[in-house]
Write a protein that binds this ligand. Structure first.
Ligand code: ITT
Ligand code: MG
Length: 176
């Protein structure tokens, strides 16, 4: 089975491989640097979900893979502050609609939210805050703000496990 991953971000690619390693199927992975089709800083669940779906579909079409996976990060504003939100999607060309699953959410610190309100992108704010570059390719905001308890890869691996499990459920129903 060939699985396309709609990104080259190593934190996300690791997450897909980790999650699929638990499934009893031989897989080959292809990374495809496709567009999310949404803004680089999604600001709602809806927009973040759309980005994940676009990445899954575009990567599968581009590579001809059996299954396409898309993972997308964003933020949502609530009356309790800004939260990180993350979504994943899986398509295989035969499902009536893509399978979508969400990731764990954490509250962002007030000073980070204050920068987002100005319209800044979280990736820029994170690099400035952590005095590093490309934290999103490593532990991410998830890892930094949970003191390392859960990093970006672990969070996305959980999303991919949900997607793969949900997919297997649909397939087992189709074969009844
Ligand atoms: O190459 P791609 O796949 O685009 O990887 P990316 O790191 O840019 O990831 P996304 O476009 O899916 O999402 C960017 C969003 O991810 C969230 N995010 C979480 N941790 C981050 C970090 O440490 N750095 C950047 N963005 C992070 C944040 O909400 C960003 O707006
Ligand atoms: Mg991006």
């Amino acid at each position: 089975m060939i699985v396309s991953i709609g990104t080259t971000n190593p934190a996300k690619v690791r997450a897909v491989k980790l999650a699929f390693a638990e499934i009893d199927l031989i897989q080959e992975f292809i990374e495809a640097d496709v567009s999310s089709g949404v803004s680089s800083q999604p600001f709602s669940d809806e927009e973040t979900m759309k980005g994940a779906i676009n990445r899954a579909e575009a990567s599968r079409k581009e590579t001809g893979a059996d299954i396409g996976i898309g993972l997308e990060g964003g933020v949502v504003e609530t009356s309790f502050g800004f939260f990180l939100c993350n979504w994943g999607a899986l398509t295989d060309g035969s499902l009536s609609q893509p399978i979508v699953a969400g990731g764990a959410r954490i509250q962002l610190p007030l000073e980070i939210g204050a920068e987002l309100v100005k319209g800044r992108e979280l990736s820029d704010v994170m690099d400035e805050f952590s005095h590093r570059t490309e934290t999103g390719k490593n532990e991410g905001a998830m890892g930094i703000f949970t003191n390392g308890a859960v990093d970006r890869t672990e969070m996305f691996a959980h999303v991919v496990k949900l997607l793969a499990g949900r997919y297997q459920y649909e397939k087992s129903r189709q074969s009844l």
